[in-house]
Design a protein around this ligand. Structure first.
Ligand code: ADP
Ligand code: MG
Length: 318
């Protein structure tokens, strides 16, 4: 649906995007994650057709954002980082204004506006001035404005910034809901945001894509994939003695008690040792209560791929 190919953007001398490439499939909710200043808003502005790129191409549904700008804009609903809301308008007036500038046919405007208001749940405040609305409601108004004209794609730039935890959950659920009928790109500099909502994550750092995958695959690939966490009853020592008899274990770390009278152990190895671990504990008649891969949390991945050293060979992840 969206293809970003080798996009470079310079602001004067400053290289904001350096050969950025990624794809978004139809119907997908893509999380665009990166620290402040990474280039998220720049990328989204370019895809939405609000900012020219320096080099590269962006196509939306096969249409070039530069050559077919007007058509591309009709396909995209864009919620910028700072939505252009007019405080002195009522929600109704604002949506009529947005319908006009988006060239929604006159006879479809009313039903389109009513439908959008229902969808983002702001019908009850439609007669109120935007400046008198809470931040949470204003954000819904912005989200709804992006949806006017039924665009297939929604581009949402940090839609939950400045909201309280309850409003964040509401907006998140709303975005998940919208994801069922739209292709969505959602940017954020905070991880729980994208991991809660998105099927795939693209991580950008200093203008470069450093990772792109499902949350699960990202953890597996970066975590090595073969390390295990097991939970056993009692103390660590008997378990450590059993593990000492298994070849190819490079390290065991006691990660402590997460559940009363049990201990968690992180077992490192280059090969899949699950069967050996199972058999050894069975022979010793010490039950394994849980065994799971020691995946990195998304938090850890984010830190890894956005740290200065990076992960050595970051490009192989994209
Ligand atoms: P993000 O949205 O990930 O926080 P931005 O896309 O806003 O990042 O910015 C990426 C980089 O480009 C930053 O270093 C920022 O300072 C710079 N930048 C953004 N907009 C402009 C501009 N209009 N002029 C000059 N530099 C800019
Ligand atoms: Mg930004």
């Amino acid at each position: 649906m969206i293809e970003v190919v080798d996009v470079t953007k310079r602001y004067g001398q400053h290289l904001a995007l350096d050969r950025v490439s990624f794809k978004v499939d139809k119907g997908e909710i893509l999380g665009f994650l990166g620290p402040n200043g990474a280039g998220k808003s720049t990328t989204m502005n370019i895809i939405a057709g609000y900012l020219p790129l320096t080099e590269g191409t962006v196509t939306v549904d096969g249409l070039d954002v530069l050559d077919d700008a007007a058509e591309v804009r009709r396909k995209i609903g864009y919620l910028p980082e700072v939505p252009p809301l007019y405080g002195d308008m009522t929600v109704d007036e604002y949506y009529r204004f947005v319908s006009r500038i988006k060239f929604v046919p006159r006879n479809e405007r009313k039903s389109n506006i009513d439908e959008v208001m229902e969808r983002v749940q702001i019908t009850n405040v439609r007669k109120r001035l935007i400046r008198n609305l809470s931040k949470g409601y204003r954000q819904r108004v912005g989200l709804g404005a992006a949806m006017i004209g039924n665009p297939e794609v929604l581009i949402l730039d940090e839609p939950t910034v400045g909201l309280d935890p309850k409003q964040i959950i509401e907006i998140r659920n709303l975005i998940k809901e919208l994801g069922k009928t739209h292709t969505v790109i959602l940017s954020s500099h905070i991880l729980p945001e994208v991991s809660a909502v998105c099927e795939r994550i693209v991580i950008i750092n200093q203008g470069r894509i450093v990772a792109s995958d499902t949350p699960e695959n990202l953890s597996a690939r970066l975590g090595g994939g073969k390390d295990l966490v097991i939970r056993v009853p009692g103390q660590a020592q008997p378990a450590l003695d059993i593990l000492a008899g298994i070849t190819d274990i490079t390290d065991v770390e006691v990660s402590g008690e997460r559940e009363p009278d049990t201990v968690d152990l992180i077992i490192k190895s280059e090969r899949d040792i699950r069967r050996d671990v199972f058999s050894a504990f069975a022979r010793a008649e010490l039950p394994i209560l849980t065994m799971k891969p020691n995946d990195l949390t998304l938090e850890e991945i984010f830190i890894q791929v956005t740290s200065q050293e990076g992960i050595g060979n970051a490009s192989s992840l994209s």
